[in-house]
Design a binder for this molecule. Structure first.
Ligand code: GAL
Length: 698
């Protein structure tokens, strides 16, 4: 069917609506969540003045505004929002307008207590906080829809409206509900997935422990049970719960898209967040948005933040995304909440831009006087505009505004793909596995970090997606891998791709059933290894490794009995019950290569192994010579290439560039040397004849 060009594609990878938003904003956007319902009108006037002073050009408005917009069932109160929208439009500040449905008002809950969610023990979660709705509640969706319909009708053609912010951080507090209505929705979802009970019984292996279902009504969510609930049931409940929340998003997104077909739609992710399958959501957004809250007290916080940014970039297919929330200084929800020094606020904001953010927004604009977040920092702190935090905020606003050319660049795709899959994550971390010490995020981070430190940009992508254009794919763990995705991976390697795979991958199918035959079923032919038994390691049970070239290393978390049937050993276990057995293996396949590691090597060993894989894959880092704590990223545009060099360390660092660059932000290079102070950054630029090649060394 021919594409209807009056209906632009949805999906963060290709939305024309998102492109329109970036054009409208015209520079890296800057702003905050704005919650004017907490303040009087005189304060709004001051807010708009201070926003102008801070270079704010985008706010996300009315996220928790439901009770103020609809104080009673049949009373909509638009006057305050009308006024605020007009004031913002007059000040040329664009609005990412929330659908305001993230916290249902007390009147709704009191009239319909069945919209409240229930936990696995059957306890109801009450109102008086936020996000107290069952994702499957029809009454909740009906009322949310009524509000959104009215919002879209009222503000759809308002000049300030630039984008829709649907809901807020779906799943943040309540990611799954076990109530009877959810049980019914779960059954409907299962009928849709399996078609028949026979299929479901087979997929869930219900012949085990006498769990066979003879009627759909017998199926319930995995509520509290005497011991391990059926793992396939739990996996499907994770899938269902992500889909139920996505259903809430879709319900509201459909309404605003019908009323305002040209206005892009987003919702904010909590980074790489286990309850919500981010890739599936990105397919339904016009652009991806992210809330980033690294801990200023964590010296390595930048690595985790970068990995989340690279999920946003991967999920966006190299298109820009939006940093919709960060903290200007301290948060209030850790046990101990340290302020963020001004240099870190600037550095981490630019870090997001370096990875593809086309806007940097904070939670929230003005610090609340009361409520649960009054000690969370804000762009305008309790101390007002004379406070150092407002001054640092305004400085960054000015700096971002000075470089509109950067908003016309895009991060583009990286050449390294880190394969990451939500279903596999859910299955891996269920109980009753060989080890409960496996955390997908920890494994992913262990593989990501050396690539990040080496200056090799990485996209997080899901297995089964198109890997053409990537030279190296790294799969820290793919416990659960469908046969189609495994086949696609094998074809990609045959065609010249280089794959690095971590232990306990390719073991189970989509229903968490072990592939028949020797491990690792789905990847056995591709990797050329057979695994006879797993030997997971407890805390402190590290094993020694002997690597080709006589180097030594250690492995932790996992070891296993590997036999090579069509691969070459690249490292061995040294000592212990697996002494002399292979630990690392490599297999040549067609024009490519597949490597496997049966443990989690120490950081230096893993870094060396990945560096070898990257160089075999023909990759060159963005910087010729880098230093500890230095991060480098790139964005490309028509005729312009921008290089971002960030020093996350607290000591001065010098790096060497491979070519000549003009300074845009921060210090200028002296010849090929760039000297960066502690937590300092530089944005460098150079012209290109046309679209720069992402393969060139900087
Ligand atoms: C986010 C949320 C905001 C605010 C912020 C505080 O999770 O979307 O509303 O609560 O955290 O850090």
């Amino acid at each position: 069917m021919a594409e209807d060009d009056t209906q632009p594609q949805v999906g963060a990878m290709e939305s024309a609506r998102a492109a329109g938003l970036w054009d409208r904003l015209g520079r890296i956007a800057y702003g905050a969540d704005y919650n004017p319902e907490q303040w009087d009108e005189a304060t709004w006037a001051e807010d708009v003045k201070l926003m102008a002073g801070a270079g704010v050009n985008l706010v996300s408005l009315a996220i928790f505004g439901w009770a103020a917009l609809q104080p009673e069932r049949d009373w909509f109160e638009w006057s305050w929002l009308d006024r605020v929208m007009d004031m913002l439009a007059d000040a040329s500040i664009s609005v990412c307008l929330a659908t305001a449905t993230a916290s249902p008002p007390p009147w709704l809950v009191t009239a319909h207590p069945q919209i409240l969610p229930e936990d696995a023990d059957g306890h109801r979660l009450w109102h008086g906080s936020r996000q107290h709705f069952c994702p499957s509640s029809r009454i909740f969706r009906e009322h949310a829809g009524r509000l959104v319909e009215a919002m879209a009708a009222r503000y759809g053609s308002h000049p300030a409206l630039a984008a829709w912010h649907v809901g807020n951080e779906y799943g943040c507090h309540v990611s799954r509900c076990y109530c009877d209505e959810s049980a019914g929705a779960f059954r409907a979802w299962l009928r849709d997935r399996y078609g028949s009970l026979d299929e479901l019984n087979a997929a869930w292996s219900t012949s085990f422990w006498s769990q066979r279902y003879s009627s759909w009504d017998q199926i319930i969510p995995p509520r509290r049970a005497p011991t391990f609930p059926n793992p396939s049931q739990q996996l499907d409940f994770s899938r269902f719960s992500s889909d139920a929340l996505l259903g809430c998003f879709r319900h509201e997104a459909d309404i605003v898209r019908r009323v305002t077909p040209d206005v892009p739609v987003t919702t904010n992710f909590l980074g790489i967040f286990k309850p919500v399958d981010g890739f599936a959501w990105a397919d339904e957004e016009d652009f991806v948005s992210h809330d980033s809250y690294p801990d200023p007290a964590d010296p390595d916080a930048a690595v985790g933040a970068a990995m989340a940014f690279d999920f946003m970039r991967g999920a966006s297919g190299g298109k820009p995304w939006l940093l919709l929330e960060q903290a200007p200084s301290a948060v209030n929800w850790r046990d101990v909440n340290q302020p963020k020094p001004a240099a870190l606020y600037r550095l981490w904001s630019w870090q997001a831009v370096a990875h593809g953010a086309n806007g940097v927004l904070s939670f929230q604009w003005r610090a609340s006087r009361g409520g649960a977040e009054k000690f969370h920092s804000a762009m305008v702190p309790h101390g007002g505009a004379d406070h150092p935090v407002y001054r640092q905020v305004a400085e960054l606003g000015r700096e971002l505004a000075e470089h509109p050319e950067l908003a016309a660049t895009e991060p583009g795709r990286a050449e390294v793909a880190l394969l990451f899959d939500w279903a596999s994550w859910w299955a891996l971390e269920l109980p009753s596995r060989p080890s409960t010490r496996l955390s997908l995020l920890d494994l992913a981070r262990a593989y990501y970090e050396p690539l990040w430190r080496a200056g090799l940009p990485v996209d997080l992508v899901r297995p089964g997606s198109d890997l053409s254009g990537y030279r190296l794919a790294v799969a820290p763990n793919l416990y659960l891998l469908g046969a189609d995705a495994a086949g696609q991976l094998a074809r990609w390697v045959q065609g010249g791709g280089h794959l690095v795979t971590g232990f306990f991958s390719g073991i189970a199918d989509e229903n968490d059933r072990v592939y028949p035959g020797p491990y690792p079923g789905a990847l056995r032919e591709l990797l050329g290894v057979t695994i006879d038994q797993f030997w997971p390691l407890g805390p402190g049970d590290d094993v020694r490794l002997r690597l080709a070239g006589q180097q030594a290393g250690t492995g932790r978390c996992w070891s296993e009995e590997i036999r090579l049937h069509d691969a070459t050993a690249a490292g061995w276990f040294d000592g212990g019950p697996l002494d002399g057995r292979p630990a690392l293996a490599t297999a040549e396949r067609g024009r490519g290569r597949a490597s496997y590691c049966g443990t989690l090597p120490d950081a230096a060993t893993l870094a060396g192994w990945l560096a070898g894989a990257a160089s075999n894959a023909g990759l060159t880092p963005l910087l010729e010579r880098t230093a500890h704590g230095i991060e480098v990223q790139r964005r490309l545009g028509e005729g312009l290439e921008a290089l971002f060099v960030l020093n996350h360390d607290t000591t001065r660092r010098a790096v060497r560039l491979a070519g000549h660059w003009e300074p845009a932000v921060g210090p200028a290079p002296q010849g090929l040397e760039l000297d960066l102070g502690p937590r300092e950054l530089a944005v460098l630029r150079r012209g290109t004849g046309n679209q720069a090649s992402p393969r060139r060394n900087a």
